[in-house]
Design a protein around this ligand. Structure first.
Ligand code: PLP
Length: 458
């Protein structure tokens, strides 16, 4: 009876404490709203890293005084910070931002209304996939290879990928494009309030996936002046008990950077020391020009998820075949999401990927290098600064005295679509990304128009 009374008493106390927490959270939201109004009047940005960092330190100190697990304390804080930001952003004009996909849609609309367009806004090679891929497609129909498959992918394709990547088959999953491997890795490994670190400028999907997971994206900005090399001291400072993942993407979209092996090694070692996942998006691995690209898999760190794809290497973007390589336990998680969401990648597409895997892609790399060299030469002639790409399909030049969206709009009027820098991170509105996925004569036409627009602006 005594124990029953004690239990009842404790439960009553939990009710009271819970009610207090909810009231306090509401008080915090009201304060955040008032701060938001002042920020709005003063024209200040909602997010303030310095203030956040200060609160983070305080919360960590309290967690150590009280014995609360620090990662739990920081996850709670992150949920509060996310909510405060959304309260503060209410009623504000959302920042003018367009991603490369937004521009692609605009360009498509213009095309539908009869305007001719040159597409330099997406990373979609114009050359065809290997001819073996075409043969495989018609064969698939003849052989009735159009059924559901094992969620992880057909055995033959998994075998071929495992051989190529030098891993065992239980460490990989075939996904609908590299994009889905990125999505399922982020969504399955991060919980609300966890943090992931993204190196800006970055492909926007990482942040979008983190939003789905309710995780908080911490951004490490890289700079043109440092040739897009991240400051690893700053990276180390950003890691805290709520951090769960670092995302790498080399060869990089949008800058074309390939990071030196010793820097990658340092990042992997930081991840090891802090028990973090490294999500390495290597969909551009085939395209390196001079500087040798080495996969993060070489570092043999258990918590690595490597993402690759057939899209760029073999010009098979619409086939939607990619894959993830990770520890078998992580692969099981990705498999669960894939089983729930899509059953499997389309069987004919998996056979098409299998047909591609042995094909020589070196001509594609040669073509792309020639085009990138051409774009770089033309930019130099226009006195526009850029860091020469080590790999991938893009150049990310700095704009002279014109902001990205203004230039993008002016170029759209003239029938050229390029991607605005601000779509790859908040600090890059004086950059654009030029994709070299068009033949030289088309690139020449587009760059002639760019030169005219910039001259008119000057
Ligand atoms: N990762 C990066 C950095 C990309 O730029 C892209 C596509 O542009 C992808 C992944 C997705 O590629 P996939 O077609 O394999 O989904």
């Amino acid at each position: 009876m005594d124990q029953d009374r004690e239990l009842g008493d404790l439960r009553e106390q939990v009710r009271v404490v819970t009610a207090d927490i909810i009231r306090d959270v509401q008080k915090r939201m009201e304060l955040a709203r008032q701060i938001g109004e002042i920020k709005n009047r003063k024209g200040i940005e909602v997010k303030d890293e310095r203030v956040e960092q200060d609160i983070r330190k305080m919360v960590l100190a309290i967690s150590s005084q009280t014995g609360m697990k620090p990662d739990f304390a920081l996850r709670l804080l992150n949920i509060l910070l996310e909510e405060s930001e959304s309260v503060q952003a209410q009623g504000r004009q959302p920042p003018q931002k367009q991603t490369h996909l937004g521009i692609f849609m605009k360009a498509k609309q213009l095309e539908a209304s009869g305007k001719e367009m040159i597409h330099l806004e997406v990373g979609e090679p114009d050359y065809p996939p290997p001819s073996a891929v075409g043969n495989s497609l018609s064969e698939s129909f003849r052989l009735r290879r159009y059924h559901y498959t094992e969620t992880r992918g057909i055995a033959k394709l998994r075998e071929a990928i495992a051989k190529k990547e030098n891993v065992t088959e239980d460490r990989l999953i075939v996904t609908p494009g590299g994009r889905f491997a990125v999505f399922s890795a982020i969504v399955s490994l991060l919980e609300p309030g966890n943090e992931l670190i993204v190196l800006d400028p970055a492909w926007p999907a990482y942040k979008e996936c983190a939003d789905f997971a309710g995780a908080r994206t911490r951004v490490l900005k890289t700079r043109f002046e440092d040739s897009w090399t991240p400051d690893l001291g700053m990276l180390e400072d950003m890691i805290n008990p709520a951090t769960k993942m670092i995302v790498l993407n080399y060869p990089n979209n949008p800058t074309g950077k390939i990071l030196e092996n010793k820097s990658v090694e340092k990042i992997v070692s930081l991840a090891k020391d802090n028990d973090l996942y490294v999500l390495s998006d290597e969909v551009y691995a085939a395209y390196s020009y001079g500087k040798q690209f080495q996969s993060v898999l070489e570092f043999d760190y258990e918590k690595t998820i490597m993402v690759s794809s057939f899209s760029k290497r073999y010009a098979m973007t619409g086939f939607r075949v990619g894959y993830g390589v990770a520890d078998p336990r992580v692969i099981q998680q990705l498999n669960k999401i894939q089983a729930a969401g899509i059953t499997s990648v389309a069987e004919p597409m998996q056979y098409a990927a299998l047909a591609a895997i042995g094909e020589d892609h070196r001509d594609n790399v040669k073509i792309m290098k020639e085009r990138l060299d051409y774009v770089c030469k033309r930019l130099k002639e226009m006195s526009i600064r850029f860091v020469s790409p080590d790999g991938a399909l893009y150049v990310f030049p700095e704009l002279p005295d014109i902001d990205d969206l203004e230039l993008v709009d002016k170029l759209l009027e003239r029938g050229v679509a390029v991607a605005p820098g601000s779509g790859f991170g908040d600090s890059y509105k004086n950059y654009i990304r030029i994709s070299a996925c068009q033949p030289l004569e088309i690139l020449a036409k587009a760059l002639d128009k760019t030169s005219v627009v910039l001259e008119e602006h000057a």
